[in-house]
Design a protein around this ligand. Structure first.
Ligand SMILES: [Zn+2]
Length: 319
């Protein structure tokens, strides 16, 4: 194995940690002992918890008020004590509900622990995928097996389209958008505070991960994010699945990139180019700044190709 190939594999594996969680990555718990969580007030009742250093899974949103705490996502199980301590620094009140944006382990890893405190709510497919276990990946070279989650980690309340939690003077809306990052994505909107948590349908680390193996698709991601943008106030504060608090303009720039890159790959497919040709020709070179260690330009082209042709792990599937 050449050295650049080894370092690429190492980078991929550490990124899989960041995005899919330890259970999906190497089958062992990562060292999260050095992770420091920080609490940032976003607006109104809503705070964001993320890591000062190191990987600590997806961003957590917390609505804190007279009725207690509603959290969105719960990172990894080994961080549960740190999450609790961070919440305690804001309020002594209990967690009342946990909402999962989707099933990936870096957003649901703490479920079994937090469900001792409060019920977990999620879209139907989150529970199904956690319960069954299965595969995650881009329908090609990015591929991992997710073991089934224990019963305690399964959301005990599920919904098909949307649900509203009325606490803290807030009508917290979980809105399902099908077939984007996965087939169980919800964005969580706090209308009174004017904040939205986008889950992994919007991230700031570059090209997104589209989990085709878990029912995700590029067109679903574009549709979902565009619908969300159309419904949200212009000055809403946006919590991405991963990354810093953003604006709706940041989300618009991201959708623009998704559409442009999709169109370039679709055009190449129409011209009967193979995936290898597209990668060789670096057809996404104008968007190179979005390429990262996990979703490189080659992995992203492959993702778009598989999503647009209906190709998954060597087979053609109907979406
Ligand atoms: Zn995810």
């Amino acid at each position: 194995m050449r050295r650049d190939r080894i370092s690429m594999v190492v980078a991929m594996m550490s990124a899989m940690f960041a995005l899919l969680g330890p259970s999906l990555a190497l089958g062992q718990a990562p060292d999260l002992s050095k992770v420091e969580l920080r609490v940032t007030k976003v607006a109104g009742t809503v705070y964001m918890l993320d890591a000062v250093t190191g990987n600590a899974g997806g961003n957590i949103a917390a609505s804190v008020g007279a009725d207690g705490i509603v959290i969105v996502d719960d990172q990894y199980a080994p961080l549960a004590d740190k999450i609790r301590a961070a919440l305690k620094s804001i309020t002594d009140k209990p967690v009342r509900f946990v909402i999962n944006t989707h099933y990936h382990g870096d957003h649901t890893g703490g479920n079994a622990i937090f469900q001792k405190d409060a019920p977990i709510l999620a879209q139907d497919n989150v529970r199904k995928r956690l319960e069954a276990g299965g595969e995650a990946g881009n329908g090609g070279t990015l591929h991992k097996v997710a073991p089934p989650a224990p019963k305690e980690a399964l959301p005990i309340i599920t919904f098909e389209h949307d649900v509203t939690v009325h606490l803290n003077g807030e009508d917290i809306r979980a809105l399902h958008f099908p077939a984007g990052h996965t087939d169980g994505d919800s964005i969580i909107y706090f209308p009174q505070s004017n904040v939205v948590h986008m889950g992994d349908d919007f991230v700031t680390y570059g090209f997104p991960f589209i989990d085709i193996d878990s029912g995700g698709s590029i067109n679903g991601m574009i549709d979902g994010v565009e619908k969300a943008v159309a419904q949200l106030p212009a000055d809403v504060k946006v919590i991405p699945g991963h990354g810093a608090v953003s604006t709706l303009d940041d989300v618009r720039a991201y959708v623009k990139m998704l559409k442009e890159t999709r169109d370039v790959v679709q055009k190449a497919i129409d011209e009967k180019k193979t995936l290898a040709q597209m990668q060789q020709e670096k057809i996404l070179a104008p968007w190179k700044k979005y390429a990262g260690p996990f979703i490189s330009d080659d992995v992203y082209v492959e993702t778009l190709y598989n999503s647009l042709t209906g190709k998954m792990n060597g087979k053609f599937v109907k979406h």
